[in-house]
Ligand binder design. Structure first.
Ligand SMILES: *[C@@H]1O[C@H](CO)[C@@H](O)[C@H](O)[C@H]1NC(C)=O
Ligand SMILES: *[C@@H]1O[C@H](CO)[C@@H](O)[C@H](O)[C@H]1NC(C)=O
Ligand SMILES: *[C@@H]1O[C@H](CO)[C@@H](O)[C@H](O)[C@H]1NC(C)=O
Ligand SMILES: *[C@@H]1O[C@H](CO)[C@@H](O)[C@H](O)[C@H]1NC(C)=O
Ligand SMILES: *[C@@H]1O[C@H](CO)[C@@H](O)[C@H](O)[C@H]1NC(C)=O
Ligand SMILES: *[C@@H]1O[C@H](CO)[C@@H](O)[C@H](O)[C@H]1NC(C)=O
Ligand SMILES: *[C@@H]1O[C@H](CO)[C@@H](O)[C@H](O)[C@H]1NC(C)=O
Ligand SMILES: *[C@@H]1O[C@H](CO)[C@@H](O)[C@H](O)[C@H]1NC(C)=O
Length: 398
C-alpha cells in the first residue's frame, strides 16, 4: 500500500523529460507510450493490492482497541482459526501454567541437588522414545556427564501429557529407569510448544535456580557439549541469551503453512529478532526474567518467537547470535561437526553416526577452513542471512 502512495511523487519524474522539446506526432506517440508504461505500473501495483484486499483483515492489523476488534469479531471468526488457539481461546499463560502451584507429574529427583553449571532441557514428544534413547547413548551419555564433565552438566527431557494413557504409562516406566524426565500438566501437541517452553522456565526457576546456564533444545538435535562449555566459559557478560539469531521474520498468513499465524495471534508486520528454537542458551537470571515476562505476555504459539523474541523484548534482554548454533542441517563431516555447537534434523540413527564421527580421533582436521555449504550463511555483520525459506523472511540483521 505504501507503494501506491509513492506513485504520484514518482510520476512527474517520468513525465518531465517529455515536456517541451518534442512536438506533434512524435510527442503524441511518446505520450501514448508513457501512458502505457503508467498503465503497466498501475497493473503491477494492482496485483499485490488485490491480494491484500482479499484478506478480510485489511486495515485490521494495526488496530488493537477492544471496541474495534469487537466490531470486527465476525470477520475474525470467519478467518482460518489456529487449531487449539481459536480467536476466543485465552492466551493468558497463567491459565495454563498455574504459577502458584506445582504442575509437574514427573520430576527427576536430585538432578539439581548439586547445582550444575549447565542444565540442558530437551523438549521431546511423548512418543519419541527412540530419539531419547539415542541421545542417552550418544552426546548426553551418563558416563560422560558424570566423569568427563564431573556432573557439571545435567540433562532432562521435558514432555507434556498424551491423550493416550498407554503412552503416559510407558513414560512413567521410562522415567523409573532413567530418572531424567520432567512431565508437565498440559496436552503435548505441536501448537502447545509454547506452553512446553514456559513450563520449562517454570520448572527450572523453581527446581534448579542455582544452575548457571540453561539450554533449551529438541530431541532431533545433536549438541556438542565440549564446544558449548568452551563457549560459555569464555563469556564474561552476566546476562546471556545466545543462539542462532533470526531477524525481521514476517508472520505467515497462509493457513496451510506449518507456521501459520493468524492476525489475531500477532498483528505487527514483523517479529522482533529472535533465536531459533532448535537450541538456545541463557543464564539462569535471564530464565527467571523471561518466565516473569511470559506470565504477562499474551501467548504466541511459535515458542522461539515468543520466548526469545516477545518475552525477551519485554524483559529488555537482547538475543545474541553465535555462529556455532544453527537450524540448518549440517553436512555429516567430522571437521564440520566439531566446530558446530548444535546440529539440526538428526534422527535416531544419524545421532549414532554423528557421535562416532565426532569422536573419531583418527581424523585430523586441517587448518584450512572447510567450506560447509550446508551451514548457515552469514551476512557481513556475522549474523544469519537465511531462515526456513517457507517462513517468508527478509533477514536483515542491523
Ligand atoms: C470459540 O470459538 C469456537 C469456534 O471458533 C467455538 O466452537 C467455541 O464454542 C467458542 N467458545 C466459546 C467459549 O465461545
Ligand atoms: C493451587 O493449589 C491450591 C491448594 O492446593 C488450591 O486451593 C488452588 O485452587 C490451586 N490453584 C490453581 C490455579 O490450581
Ligand atoms: C568434581 O566435582 C566434585 C564436587 O563438586 C569436586 O569435589 C571435585 O574436585 C571435582 N573433580 C574434578 C576433577 O574437577
Ligand atoms: C496408544 O499408544 C499405544 C502405544 O504406542 C498404541 O499401541 C495404541 O494404539 C495407542 N492407542 C490409541 C487409542 O491411539
Ligand atoms: C494445549 O494444552 C491445553 C492445556 O492442556 C489444552 O486444553 C489444549 O487443548 C491444548 N491445545 C492443543 C492445541 O493441543
Ligand atoms: C535418518 O535420516 C537419514 C537421512 O538423513 C535416512 O537415510 C534414514 O533412513 C533416517 N532413519 C530413520 C530411522 O528414520
Ligand atoms: C583409528 O586408527 C587405528 C589405527 O590405525 C585403528 O585401529 C582404528 O580402528 C581407527 N579408528 C576408527 C574409529 O576408525
Ligand atoms: C594448525 O595451526 C596450528 C597453530 O595455529 C599449527 O601449530 C599447526 O602446525 C597447524 N597444522 C597444520 C596441519 O597446518
Amino acid at each position: 500500500m505504501d507503494r501506491l502512495r509513492l506513485l504520484p511523487i514518482d510520476l512527474p519524474a517520468i513525465t518531465v523529460n517529455s515536456n517541451g522539446s518534442i512536438k506533434g506526432k512524435a510527442s503524441f506517440v511518446r505520450r501514448l507510450a508513457i501512458g502505457f508504461v503508467i498503465l503497466a505500473i498501475l497493473g503491477l501495483l494492482y496485483v499485490p493490492a488485490y491480494h491484500s484486499a482479499q484478506s478480510p483483515f485489511l486495515g485490521l492489523s494495526e488496530t488493537q482497541s477492544p471496541a474495534e476488534s469487537f466490531s470486527n469479531s465476525h470477520l475474525i471468526a470467519s478467518m482460518a482459526q489456529l487449531p487449539g488457539w481459536s480467536y476466543n481461546t485465552s492466551r493468558n499463560l497463567c491459565v495454563y501454567i498455574h504459577p502458584e502451584n506445582t504442575t509437574s507429574i514427573l520430576s527427576p529427583t536430585s538432578i539439581c541437588s548439586l547445582p550444575p553449571y549447565l542444565l540442558i532441557i530437551i523438549c521431546s514428544a511423548v512418543a519419541n522414545q527412540e530419539a531419547r534413547a539415542a541421545i542417552r547413548n550418544t552426546w548426553a551419555n551418563k558416563y560422560n556427564l558424570d566423569n568427563l564433565y564431573n556432573s557439571t552438566v545435567k540433562i532432562a527431557f521435558l514432555l507434556g501429557q498424551s491423550d493416550n494413557d498407554t503412552l503416559n504409562n510407558l513414560i512413567v516406566e521410562e522415567n523409573s529407569q532413567y530418572n531424567d524426565i520432567v512431565q508437565e500438566r498440559f496436552l503435548d501437541t505441536y501448537n502447545n510448544l509454547t506452553l512446553k517452553s514456559v513450563m520449562m522456565l517454570k520448572w527450572v526457576t523453581s527446581n534448579c535456580d542455582k544452575a548457571k546456564y540453561l539450554m533449551k533444545t529438541d530431541d532431533d538435535m545433536f549438541v556438542n557439549i565440549p564446544l558449548l562449555l568452551q563457549t560459555l566459559h569464555s563469556r564474561t557478560q552476566p546476562e546471556t541469551l545466545l543462539g542462532s539469531l533470526i531477524c525481521s521474520a514476517k508472520p505467515i498468513l497462509d493457513p496451510k503453512n506449518k507456521w501459520y499465524t493468524p492476525k489475531y495471534m500477532y498483528s505487527e508486520k514483523t517479529y522482533p529478532n529472535y533465536l531459533s528454537g532448535t537450541g538456545y542458551v541463557m543464564s539462569m537470571s535471564v530464565a527467571s526474567k523471561l518466565y516473569q515476562a511470559a506470565l504477562i505476555t499474551p501467548l504466541l504459539h511459535l515458542e522461539d518467537v515468543y520466548i526469545t523474541g516477545l518475552c525477551a523484548r519485554r524483559a529488555k534482554i537482547r538475543p545474541v547470535n553465535h555462529p556455532g548454533f544453527s537450524y540448518v542441517p549440517r553436512r555429516i563431516d567430522p571437521c564440520v561437526l566439531r566446530n558446530a555447537i548444535t546440529t539440526h534434523k538428526v534422527n535416531a540413527s544419524n545421532m549414532y553416526v554423528i557421535w562416532v564421527k565426532v569422536n573419531d580421533m583418527n581424523v585430523s582436521c586441517s587448518n584450512r577452513t572447510r567450506n560447509d555449504r550446508k551451514t548457515v550463511t552469514l551476512s557481513r555483520s556475522g549474523r544469519n542471512a537465511g531462515y526456513y525459506f517457507k517462513r517468508k523472511t527478509i533477514n536483515k540483521c542491523v
